[in-house]
Design a protein around this ligand. Sequence first.
Ligand code: MLT
Length: 330
Amino acid sequence: MSRFARRRLLALAALLAPLALRPGHAAAENFPSRPLTVIVPFAAGGPTDTVSRLVAEAMGRDLGQTVVVENAGGAGGTIGAQRVANARPDGYTLLLHHIGMATTPTLYRKLAYDPVGGFETIGLVTEVPMTLVAKKDFPANTLAEAIQVIRRDQEKLNYANAGIGAASHLCGLLLMKAVDAPMTTVPFRGTGPAMQELLSGRIDLMCDQTTNTTEQINSGALKVFSVTTNKRIPALPNVPTSAEAGLPAFQVTVWHGLYAPKGTPPEVTRRLSAALQAALRDPKLVARFAELGTAPVAQEMATPEAHRTFWLADIAKWKPIIQAAGQYAD
Ligand code: MLT
């Protein structure tokens, strides 16, 4: 090779080196340049789906791209989570999931993906109260009466959840422990489908998030016995807290977060976090969240760092609780 040709090659290499040193840098600079997908790890029509669709629509406005919501239910949310853990780390495939991301690492011992190391955090989204609801003709009108029925009928009662590790599963565990009586658990791919069975009367009881139960409660289509927060919520002012209704141990709320696959460039996760924060300020989203009994997290919690800190602390909180119960998914 002539000296001139070698000099040109070295000059070209020096020009391109910065790009080569930061893989995906060019792609990150133009992000997003096409529609994105948010995977919801539960069936359509449930509380996680409801939150995700509101967030996706508002994020899309900030990003200037369509954000498509795709439901991938099953196995307590781990099927959808695995989809995202295995996706290209380019920011175009995201996961919106809840407290299940904190219980899965302990509940599931043989996962085909890393339930913690497989993800980048984008930010927390919302923390949703839960409600204990029953079919319309359930033979009780207060939590105390419902507890008597549960202790009397036990496995004759059908309790619905969205699989092991789902919020509805954890809430059911807390309820059965607090009442000290088992029920027959019926798993669904999400509490959207479970709600249809409750409304039909084929399911007796369910613990589900206000984002899925508020409108059914207010329309009289369901009975409600308590809300699982430490104070009443504006969307359901006449519903007592579990403590008021005599079961103080029955308290749980469901936090939700947004994730990307491990290895997604920091410039991309920062852009996504900015879009999430803009979505959580969106008046239309804030108003709809309030109608459904919840509210966006504070802006400073919708950051990758705050989300990761919160998530790792919640994993550590649930680990001894699950190990003491000795109930695992596999
Ligand atoms: C759950 O964990 O129970 C889920 O929120 C159910 C769902 O979103 O369908």
